[in-house]
Write a new protein. Structure first.
Length: 124
């Protein structure tokens, strides 16, 4: 595969992740604002949504690339993790905790699995 097909696939998967995360963040923030729910009560739901977004982003990237799904999906999720780290570090002057390193490592793994599935579901 040429680099011309590789990077647009990663960008498409990354944009998919961003749209999913931002949309669900808006919905969850509205629910939290207008209900008696707290952030702690939806904590695990938010984490599940994040993993689902990584899988779908990797799936889309792998489907677009049509090969090297493990690499494409992992790079797609890695880009999201890097964006998260940059926002957290530069915007809030806070480093990742050990728990966050674990979650982001699992995000990258989930994106890679999504990329593998995406390649296998894509038609020639």
């Amino acid at each position: 595969m040429s680099n011309r097909g590789f990077f647009p696939a990663i960008l498409f998967g990354f944009m998919t992740i961003l749209v999913l995360i931002l949309t669900t963040s808006l919905i969850i923030s509205l629910i939290l604002s207008f209900s008696s729910l707290t952030e702690q009560s939806v904590h695990w739901f938010i984490i599940a949504i994040a993993f689902l977004a990584m899988f779908i982003g990797g799936l889309m990237a792998g489907g677009r690339a049509k090969e090297k799904g493990l690499l494409v999906g992992a790079i797609t999720a890695l880009m999201f993790s890097l964006l998260t780290f940059l926002i957290q570090f530069l915007g809030y002057d806070v480093h990742f905790s050990n728990e966050q390193y674990l979650f982001h490592g699992l995000y990258i793994l989930t994106g890679a699995i999504g990329g593998i599935v995406g390649v296998n579901l894509s038609s020639e």
